[in-house]
Write a protein that binds this ligand. Structure first.
Ligand code: PGA
Length: 251
């Protein structure tokens, strides 16, 4: 093809390709041009991980951000490119006090968007349980499975990861959380857009549970998340922005 002028080529690059930026920490920031390309990049990366290490132990999130990621993974599975038969998964969080099978639970979300469409064995998917189980038992269960090889996380607009809300201090291990009003609002999509129906409490992996994963991927989609992503990746490391703790993670 005829070479384009430098400036046109640069504009083309800005429009169509990704930018990889290294911050002062070990965080690598990959910027993709559309939500779909970003979600598919993560799906492709997870599928590649499954091919390289079929017995991978994954930490998995929910949220609207992850719906196109799981859609992409299901397509890759249908094309024979993502085999879950030897994988183990641990979800980051789950509401408490819901009856088993409740359609607003994260277990129901995971079945709808991923588990019912791939070959993850029954019993290989884990969720933090509140019922009389101490939260840290979940951390021990993860340890017995060999630890998380890779943990995928979303980010709330207040900087939370999992349900680790901004605070003066963060809890290391899996624990019970009282959800902030903003967090209940952002989960209202699971409850017919009625925030008052969203449970008030949840169990969440702690910040230490997430940081002990051998690799962490955070995916954020849309301009509304730009400011908090900047704060989390280049701002001070502080419990007031729980995702900023990822700056201390080597991978
Ligand atoms: P969202 O939630 O994907 O629905 O924006 C992300 C989060 O709160 O972690």
């Amino acid at each position: 093809r005829k070479a384009r002028s430098g400036s046109r080529r640069r504009r083309h690059w800005e429009r169509c390709s990704c930018r990889l930026t290294r911050t002062d920490s070990d965080v690598q920031v990959l910027v993709l041009p559309t939500p779909d390309t970003a979600a598919l990049a993560v799906a492709g990366f997870l599928a590649q991980t499954l091919r390289r290490a079929p017995d991978v132990v994954l930490g998995l999130p929910t949220g609207r951000t992850m719906i196109p990621v799981y859609r992409g993974l299901v397509r890759l599975h249908e094309s024979g490119l993502a085999d879950f038969s030897r994988a183990t998964t641990f979800n980051l969080d789950e509401f408490t006090g819901l009856p088993p099978g409740h359609p607003g639970s994260f277990r129901a979300y995971m079945r709808q968007h991923l588990f019912d469409h791939v070959n993850l064995p029954r019993g290989a998917a884990h969720f933090p349980r509140s019922a009389r189980t101490k939260g840290s038992a979940y951390d021990r269960l993860i340890e017995r499975a060999g630890g998380l090889d890779m943990c995928l996380v979303g980010i709330g607009r207040n900087g939370h990861i999992g349900f680790n809300e901004p605070a003066s201090a963060l809890t290391a291990e899996t624990h019970r959380v009282k959800l902030k009003a903003a967090t209940r609002r952002s989960n209202a999509y699971l409850y017919g857009d009625r925030p008052e129906k969203v449970p008030k409490f949840a169990m969440s992996m702690g910040i230490g549970t997430i940081l002990r994963a051998r690799a962490v991927i955070l995916l954020a989609l849309g301009a509304a998340k730009a400011e908090i992503v900047r704060a989390a990746t280049t701002g001070p490391v502080t419990a007031r922005v729980p995702a900023s703790l990822l700056q201390t993670h080597p991978n």
